[in-house]
Ligand binder design. Structure first.
Ligand SMILES: C[S@@+](CC[C@H](N)C(=O)[O-])C[C@H]1O[C@@H](n2cnc3c(N)ncnc32)[C@H](O)[C@@H]1O
Length: 251
């Protein structure tokens, strides 16, 4: 059952400490983050992020739509959103992007400078934006790291304007027979040593495997989204359920 608790079952008083250690870990990984993503996912991550973009394509087509990518990391989602938004060549509002890890944001700044996307530092559970200030909010592979899932969802709900849409892309549990055990072997025994060695982070990619293992099932995350007030909640498993795209609207 969803509890709203953090990946590690962190108590509320420990949330700040958990967030600090996650932020520091991503700070260590940042210089090699993009390289490792492409290497360890064989570029499937690019396909997944494009499906995330698809899920808000209608909103992106509105030139005045306010779009925010949370936990933006080195900016791959924000870049894909900007590319989609700029296809028509018409004037449009730039995509906003935020993360609480400065070295990751530095990577995003380099990627996005030609689009003028405003980037800002902030914890996804308390963003410095007014209520109902965005029409679409995306988060890719960041939600699982929040110290309190329910608080994160409540914050996303607060930030969305009525009619706005939330899209969360996250790792999930494979549902295709045989893929589950194979993926488990890869995630336990292949990915951590390569990721830890190449990133030089001494444990970040072991954390990745553990955080995915203890994350919500797709059904649980959908239930938690409904319980904080999201409407029209649905999910789509990608690549046999290795990742999952969740979408919900604010009434
Ligand atoms: C796995 S990376 C994903 C980055 C990017 N969205 C992507 O698709 O590549 C997770 C990101 O979430 C950020 N993050 C984790 N917890 C956060 C929080 N509570 N507030 C803001 N950012 C957070 C990390 O700093 C990191 O950049």
């Amino acid at each position: 059952m969803p509890t709203g608790a953090s990946p590690a079952g962190v108590r509320p008083g420990d949330e700040a400490a958990a967030a600090k250690s996650i932020r520091e870990m991503f700070g260590r990984v940042a210089p090699r983050y993009d390289l490792l993503n492409r290497l360890l996912s064989a570029r499937i991550d690019v396909y997944w992020r494009n499906r995330l973009v698809d899920s808000i394509r209608d909103i992106l087509a509105r030139p005045d739509a306010r779009v925010l990518d949370v936990c933006c990391g080195t900016g791959d989602v924000a870049l894909a959103l900007e590319r989609e938004r700029n296809k028509s060549g018409a004037a449009r509002r730039p995509v906003l992007a935020s993360d609480f890890c400065r070295p990751m944001l530095d990577g995003a700044r380099k990627k996005l400078h030609s689009y003028g996307s405003p980037l800002f530092e902030g914890d996804a559970m308390r963003l410095p934006l007014p209520d109902a200030s965005v029409d679409a909010l995306t988060v890719a592979f960041g939600f699982r790291n929040l110290a309190n899932y329910r608080k994160g969802l409540q914050e996303f709900h607060r930030l969305l304007a009525p009619g706005g849409r939330l899209a969360i892309l996250e790792f999930s549990q494979p549902t295709v027979p045989l893929l589950g055990p194979l993926f488990d072997l890869y995630f336990r025994y292949v990915l951590p040593p390569i990721g830890n060695a190449v990133s030089g982070s001494g444990g970040a990619y072991s954390y990745l495997q553990k955080s995915v293992e203890r994350f919500y099932s797709a059904e649980e995350l959908a239930a938690e989204m409904r319980s904080v007030g999201f409407d029209m909640v649905s999910f789509r498993r990608l690549t046999g359920g290795i990742s999952c795209l969740h979408v919900g609207s604010k009434a």
